[in-house]
Design a protein around this ligand. Structure first.
Ligand code: GLC
Length: 461
């Protein structure tokens, strides 16, 4: 008997791990058509904007510095983004080649950029006096950019949201677990997560009914399974929340951070969200639907004194390596409290727009190529591939100073090659043992792009 129970328990946990339970009836091919615009797009803009732009020292500042609502209030009182012009943002996103944009409608601080009926803690009640979400939607949609809303599951302002280990009012780290338990019981008395769940449902309903078609909902985030003092799918009423979302916007894409995969659901989210990982780690997501979210510096919200900004090569590496492994990149901008992208963000976006103008054909509609085209790792080049046009793109990270680029095993595989930026021919000839390789003759002078791209027409049609 014991043994049977054990086996049953094991298979339940294996099943849970394998995420085989389903909430909806959608088939795999229906899902891939629903996601098609997004997998084709490959590149999006994340926008983290809220009251934390004023302290300008990380969007978690309220939590990190253990501020009370009263101490944080000055940012609400002074929120006056006089330079905010959503049309300008939309134009910059479009120029950089970003096809979708996801704005923080509410971040962990609880402040809402939209005019919600269910709270006073919103932009319309600050000196801004505007529904900033509405302006964002109108401007980005007008540029043909798909619309996404980030909505924080955490809320450091709502009176019913219980204090947890990521809350500004969490207990001191020095307390023992028994002392912490007593503290949580005391401070959470009277806080009712059921009411908070209803608040989220009400607000998400507003977001998904008042602004037209919404393409993405980016919910953030849920603790790992079993983490004490954290929150888990049932704390959000996650199952009913996702059902509500899909009922209101059947074609919407939802990320995986409601945590339903922890409960064994295969369709609790549409894509996984590796955050701030290095390009080399992206390989392991190949074959899944995924989007890596990345900052220009280290913070999501505007951080005045942050100095570790990624350079153009690092940004291109993230973008190209994402596509080369079949995923998306969503790159974040943290606008200032005056409502503008700061000079470093503008500089980065401009450099991406320069590169994308010439090379975006190797990004949109592309993915990893069939295995036979793989190149040895040591070459440090990346390959992207458009399955519809059957073009192969060689992204040259290490440009040969003598102009000689040998592609092992490539003889017979391509019929024509050209630089993508100016469609100028690249000549090649067979080389190596038994002429199995192909030597490309590049100009010694590298084209004026950090990562030049060679477009190859394949022999196979
Ligand atoms: C994290 C952070 C948050 C940021 C998000 C973006 O979960 O809590 O500040 O919004 O990642 O991916």
């Amino acid at each position: 008997m014991k043994k049977i129970i054990l086996i049953a328990a094991m298979s339940i946990s294996i099943l849970a791990h394998a995420q085989t339970k389903k909430i909806f009836t959608e088939t795999a091919s229906q899902k891939s058509s629903r996601l098609e615009w997004w997998t084709d797009a490959r590149f999006g803009m994340f926008i983290h904007w809220g009251l934390y732009a004023l302290p300008a020292r990380h969007e978690w500042v309220k939590m990190r510095e253990r501020m009370t609502d009263e101490q944080y209030q000055k940012y609400f009182d002074h929120f006056n983004p006089d330079e905010f012009d959503a049309k300008k943002w939309a134009k910059e996103a479009k120029a950089a080649g970003m096809k979708y944009a996801v704005l923080t409608s509410k971040h962990h601080e609880g402040f809402c950029l939209f005019d919600s009926k269910y709270t006073n803690y919103k932009a319309t009640n600050t000196p801004a006096h505007r529904d900033l979400v509405k302006e964002f939607v109108d401007a980005f949609r007008a540029e043909g950019i798909k619309i996404g809303f980030y909505y924080s599951l955490l809320d450091w302002h709502h009176p019913d949201y219980t204090i947890d280990n990521c809350h500004p009012l969490r207990p001191a780290d020095s307390l023992t677990n028994t002392q912490k338990d007593a503290y949580y019981t005391r401070v959470n008395k009277g806080r009712d997560m059921k009411k908070y769940q209803q608040y989220m449902k009400n607000q998400i309903t507003e977001l998904l009914t008042k602004y037209g078609k919404i393409d993405i909902l980016w919910l953030d985030w849920t603790w790992q399974k079993g983490e004490k003092y954290g929150k888990h799918p049932q704390d959000w009423d996650a199952l009913n929340l996702i059902k509500l979302v899909r009922k209101l916007q059947p074609n919407i894409l939802v990320n995986n951070r409601l945590g339903l995969d922890q409960d064994g659901y295969a369709d609790g989210g549409d894509f996984v969200t590796p955050e701030q990982v290095k390009p080399a780690e992206l390989l392991k997501y190949k074959g899944k639907d995924w989007e890596t979210c990345q900052t220009f510096s280290g913070s999501w919200g505007y951080y005045r004194d942050e100095r570790t900004w990624k350079n153009q090569r690092q940004l291109l590496d993230l973008l190209i390596t994402s596509v080369a492994n079949g995923g998306n990149l969503i790159l974040n901008v943290g606008p200032t409290a005056r409502g503008e992208f700061d000079y470093r963000a503008n500089h980065a976006l401009d450099s991406l727009s320069y590169w994308m103008h010439a090379n975006s054909r190797s990004i949109y509609n592309c993915t990893f190529p069939p295995e036979e085209y793989n190149l040895p790792k040591e070459l440090n080049q990346r390959l992207t591939y458009n399955p519809a046009t059957k073009k192969l793109y060689l992204q040259i990270f290490d440009y040969p100073s003598d102009g000689v680029l040998v592609l092992p095993g490539y003889n017979g595989k391509i019929t024509y090659a050209q630089f993508l930026n100016d469609a100028s021919e690249i000549q090649f000839h067979p080389s190596g043992p038994e002429n199995k390789d192909l030597t490309l003759k590049l100009p010694k002078q590298k084209p004026p792009y950090e990562v030049p791209v060679i477009e190859c027409t394949l022999t196979v049609k």
